[in-house]
Design a protein around this ligand. Sequence first.
Ligand code: AMP
Ligand code: MG
Length: 360
Amino acid sequence: MPHNNPIILAIDTSCDETSIAVTQGQKILSNAIASQIELHKQYGGVFPTVAKQAHKDNIEPTIKAALKKAKIKLSELTAIAVTQGPGLAPALEIGITKAKELGQQLKIPVLPINHIEGHSISVLAQPTPKNKNFKPINPQFPVLSIIVSGGHTEFILINKIGSYQKLGFTLDDAAGECLDKVGRLLGLGYPAGSVVEKLAKKGNAKAFPFPLPMTTSNDFNLSFSGIKTHSKNAIKKLETEKKLNPKTIADFCASLQFGVFKHLTYKLKKLLTKIEIKEIWLGGGVAANVLLRANLRKIAQKKQIKFRAPYSKKLTGDNAAMIGVAAHYLYLRSSKKELETLKKTPIDRKPHWSIENNSI
Ligand code: AMP
Ligand code: MG
């Protein structure tokens, strides 16, 4: 019999973190993350073969750690969830292979999950309370999910969980990617987003005015490559004039953040004049940024729209807890027959899987 409160072991190996979580409904029983950031720093980005090997090395111990923290035995699991895409193909492969192996061993379904769906649903993932009083979040639809990460910047309309429509997306770089690339030019290391945020606190956001992109287009798409090019030229000028110093770097970070978020909020405000929604959800690595959260919350409040962001920074970057919570809803909406099929169906990596084609 299908369960109505399944216990799920979720796996995410989409990029540079090996993450394993145990979840039950919206409740996170554990969320273990083995980060590879240190390994990739020397390359200034994620190196696929290095990522694949690190996932291979980390996956077993991370599964053990997640089960131990959750105090759950393999035999108690109802289903396995795994990120099928989007992401780095060789990295995805490690998680999928392990998920299928566990599914077959335990004779339980393996639920393939879209990583961007996971980021959208990350706002619903909650810690296990010390007392027994767990109150699930009961969202009101329609929802506008804003995904701001290192690889994606998207506005997604959610009419119900499982039904997604992209209303706008970046035509070139993602917002996080732009912060990372400009941060690198400023010598801030990789990934630079959180360093930009820290330095920006001491800087003047008006010191380096950025052009606002795509104000004449009537769609809700975004573009960050102009901000990147503008930055490149401005930094070159500062270098030539020997004016690149801690003060100008802090000013540049504050101005860059202001420019990137202004573009996003400009498009959001435009979008909100066209659609009626009840809630705004923020997800993805850049969702850790306090200024971005404050800007979006302000816009939502003005329109009397509920604003939600992940409760912890551990849920903004890549993590498997969000995959487990997304899988919970997929499990509940699947028939007994579909769940049986999910025990046997092979899962292929989908490195470019769009959230709109969430076919299961
Ligand atoms: P993800 O692609 O979801 O793994 O998120 C990683 C991206 O989030 C990278 O581009 C980081 O630079 C960015 N990021 C992480 N923390 C922050 C922060 N506090 N402010 C801005 N960007 C951030
Ligand atoms: Mg991600």
